[in-house]
Write a protein that binds this ligand. Structure first.
Ligand code: ADP
Length: 514
């Protein structure tokens, strides 16, 4: 017999006895509410008899639901770690085998072992692989293998339901499962008495990201000068797993560069690697090309700093410019995100400032073009013409969709601009709230614009453009100096830009430039 001696029913779950998952709640951050709720399970696992005596029933099962990489597995391990009990983990996909009866035998075996070693924690990751909605008899396919696999999965699921229902006999075992597709789960599994608790594990916010970075930074040698909070602020949407990866990547960069500890520049490099990709070698814009590139990038960055400084504008300031080509991009401009509220209640003055200096999908608006004009005169490049198109699009939105210029009346059809054009590729700057709008709405290129809107758009862009040019002209010295530094170093930080602005106040005569 071919299969002799192989015990398929034995689950591959590894028991880590004596709480040696080694994970504690202190290793988890950014999901405080979930942790708070899960504390109770730890209290139960530490002393199940006490709960019994008091007649308190522990939850049957706890479903952790949320996007991947946000700490579902981590927090499950932390429960076992805190309580100091064994942890039995398996992935839903491991139960699903073509061989009839194997899956259900594995379920039985997993729970049996957990009961023997109780108190203990059973954790099934990706439970959706095992417990997708059952098809029912009418959905039979003509494919026999498919039918067999479906049938097998259903038997496995039934076994799991039996285990969950008979849980009272196995006191002292906590059953946790995780999924990022709750919508796919079989309703039978979600009925009361199976998963009594459903806990949502959300992606971390800015504070959460900061705390997660701190946890992972404490495990490596990080220079004390590194400001983790700015990364937390500027990496919206990053999961815990991605942040952990960032710290690892930065450590690798530091080793490669023979640094004694991880420096800010190593983290910057790691962010670029994880988003736009590693440095691209062999691409050369030539010195003239680099100058153009540097001019437009500095134009935008400097405009944003100047607006903040002299007009108290609420716009992002630039954290860093790099003209090292990476992945698909020739240069990168990283902006410092504002707090979320600033975006929610963005009003007309802010949006107009945004026209002057802003990144929309890494496109440079009026600041870039204006800087080109200040440096090169009317001889501007095609690149900044594209930026102008984006500026016009934003201006039209200010005038029409957002209708921020009352009492402007819009005649004609409302523009059907809502199109699901999703941003492709990584993005460091704006995400969420208003900015999703930018991605979802196509510039209405074919839209026959109302004459009044067209005219007003032109005026608005013209006004803002002239303002931007004169702003940069007044700071001609700072503009030249920043471009020079960027060309020399290939990178410049927001602090360096501030330093230059202090050194070269408005109307500094050019001959004073060193
Ligand atoms: P999930 O199970 O939700 O897909 P994991 O728990 O497997 O995610 O996360 C993978 C890794 O990412 C963890 O081992 C940990 O290093 C890191 N991580 C994820 N979320 C967090 C968090 N909230 N706090 C700290 N680290 C986290």
């Amino acid at each position: 017999d071919l299969w002799q001696g192989i015990d398929f029913s034995r689950s591959k779950a590894e028991a880590r006895v004596d709480g040696s998952t080694g994970v504690m709640f202190g290793d988890v951050a950014g999901i405080d509410e979930a942790v708070e709720e899960l504390q109770e399970l730890v209290r139960y696992l530490k002393n199940p008899e006490l709960f019994d005596k008091m007649g308190i029933k522990p939850p049957h099962g706890v479903l952790l639901e949320g996007p991947p990489g946000c700490g579902k597995t981590l927090v499950a391990k932390a429960i076992a770690g805190e309580a100091g009990v064994p942890f039995y983990q398996m992935a839903g996909s491991e139960f699903v085998e073509v061989l009839v009866g194997v899956g259900s035998a594995r379920v039985r075996d997993l729970f049996k072992r957990a009961k023997v070693n109780k108190p203990s924690v059973v954790f099934i990751d990706e439970i959706d692989a095992l417990a997708t909605k059952r098809q029912g008899i009418f959905k039979e396919s003509t494919d026999h293998l498919y039918n067999a696999a479906t049938q097998e999965r259903e038997t496995t699921l039934n076994q799991l339901l039996i285990e969950l229902d008979g849980f009272d006999t196995g006191k002292g075992v906590i059953f946790l499962a995780a999924t990022n597709r709750k919508d796919l789960l079989d309703p039978a599994l979600l009925r009361p008495g199976r998963f009594d608790r459903k806990i949502r594990i959300r992606p971390p916010g800015a504070k959460g990201r900061h705390d997660i970075l701190k946890i992972h930074a404490s495990k490596v040698k990080m220079s004390e000068s590194v400001d983790l909070s700015s990364y937390a602020q500027n990496l919206p949407g990053w999961s815990g797993a991605r942040l952990a990866q960032l710290v690892q990547e930065a450590a690798l960069v530091a080793v490669r560069k023979r640094h004694n500890s991880i420096l800010q520049s190593d983290l910057d490099d790691a962010v670029d690697r994880l988003t736009v990709g590693p440095k691209r070698v062999g691409i050369d814009l030539g010195y003239q090309g680099q100058c153009r590139r540097a001019t437009t990038e500095v134009g935008v960055a400097l405009t944003s700093h100047l607006l903040r400084r002299y007009e108290h504008a609420i716009v992002e300031c630039c954290d860093r410019i790099s003209i090292v080509p990476r992945g698909q991009t020739l240069s990168q401009l990283v902006f410092h995100r504002l707090d979320d509220e600033s975006y929610m209640f963005e009003r007309r003055p802010q949006l107009l400032h945004r026209l002057q200096a802003s990144l929309v999908d890494e496109q440079i608006l009026l600041g870039g073009r204006a800087a080109e004009e200040v440096i090169y005169g009317r001889d501007t490049s095609k690149a900044s013409v594209d930026y102008l198109a984006d500026a016009s699009w934003l201006a039209r939105k200010i005038l029409t969709i957002w209708n921020l210029e009352n009492p402007m009346v819009i005649h004609g059809e409302p523009p059907p601009w809502k199109k699901s054009v999703k941003f492709v590729g990584p993005r460091l700057d704006f995400e969420g709230s208003l900015y999703d709008d930018y991605n979802l709405i196509e510039p209405p290129l074919n839209f026959k614009m109302d004459d009044q809107v067209a005219q007003r758009t032109e005026e608005l862009i013209g006004d803002m453009y002239r303002k931007t040019v004169s702003l940069l002209k007044r700071h001609h010295a700072a503009l030249l100096k920043t471009i020079k530094v960027l060309l020399d170093q290939e990178e410049i930080s927001g602090e360096e830009i501030e330093f230059i602005l202090n050194k070269y106040p408005p109307q500094t005569p050019l001959y004073l430039l060193e």
